[in-house]
Design a protein around this ligand. Sequence first.
Ligand SMILES: NC(=O)c1ccc[n+]([C@@H]2O[C@H](COP(=O)([O-])OP(=O)(O)OC[C@H]3O[C@@H](n4cnc5c(N)ncnc54)[C@H](OP(=O)(O)O)[C@@H]3O)[C@@H](O)[C@H]2O)c1
Length: 323
Amino acid sequence: MKVIKIHEFGGPEVMKIEEAERPVPQADEILVKMYASGVNPADYVVRQGGNHILKPFLKLPLGLGLDGAGEIEEIGSDVAGFEKGDKVYGIPNFLSGTYAEFIAAKATQFAIMPNNISFNEAGAIPSCALMAWNGMDLGKVSAGQRVLVHGAAGGIGSLALQFAKSKGAYVIGTASQRNFDFLKQLGADEVIDYKDENFAGLLQDIDVVFDASPVFSEGARMMMAGALKDGGRFVSVQIPYPFSEAFLDILAKKHCEAKMVRRELDVAQSLSEIAKLIEGGKVRVVVSRVYPMEKAAEAHAEVETKHVRGKIALEIRKESEPI
Ligand SMILES: NC(=O)c1ccc[n+]([C@@H]2O[C@H](COP(=O)([O-])OP(=O)(O)OC[C@H]3O[C@@H](n4cnc5c(N)ncnc54)[C@H](OP(=O)(O)O)[C@@H]3O)[C@@H](O)[C@H]2O)c1
């Protein structure tokens, strides 16, 4: 089978397509015939050698890719609830790599994918969707609240915006102006240009800030903290960028809490609930571009711009391809 691996850290050119043995699933695993993988910021961070959190875990050679979708080809002896041929989406074990024609992964990390979207759409979203889902939970987002989604046009942000709307919140999204119509189509009640030097000055009485921006900025954090209501919540996806003491002090004075998203949630259950929202038309998956496996370098270059609209997908095999 074909797989993309890196044997050294560096630019997009270090990714090579090579032949590998098809993995054999363990008792608690499924073998997934992959159709599509998501392309996430973590993929290029890993490819470049990692950040202070990831570095200790990166041992070459490495496969790339956090999430994806495909069809179950084999089922481990202890796995219940799936059948061969099921179409699934999920996140395999961290750093095991999804840019591959087959992957073996813990069954608990997968769910049946939404029945009204393509493999490219389903494969593009699991990691981002879980981050956004976890963010709604940590933020305790509920009907009638005013929720600010910062970086609302990206992979996590575009889903968070829609999850918050599906809970009945009033959602304000930030993006650059070229994405204003996009955010409105996704259901944003208000849109704000984050390039406006004092964008948070336009905001007030925010119950929950969900910061899904790929750009780490103490200034942006401080401005958004200023817009929070007393007792509000600030949730961030910027795991490698801890909250500063000064920022936490400001929140404490307003009795606000700060939380960082994490991966420790019930993946299968969360993905099943997300699938229901997608099937019910409450959440739209936007894949702005699909790259074939051979063009993984171009896909990485696009994600590195930090201006992807929605998601991009890496197509591992075409849906029409004979089994
Ligand atoms: N993807 C994951 O599964 C995952 C998991 C954990 C953590 N994270 C972290 O979460 C962050 C977001 O991830 P993502 O996958 O959603 O990223 P992404 O899709 O690459 O984000 C792209 C979006 O960010 C917006 N953006 C760019 N500069 C901005 C700024 N200065 N302020 C606000 N928005 C800005 C862009 O909007 P415009 O084009 O309109 O500027 C674009 O739509 C990253 O730091 C990532 O490392 C991601």
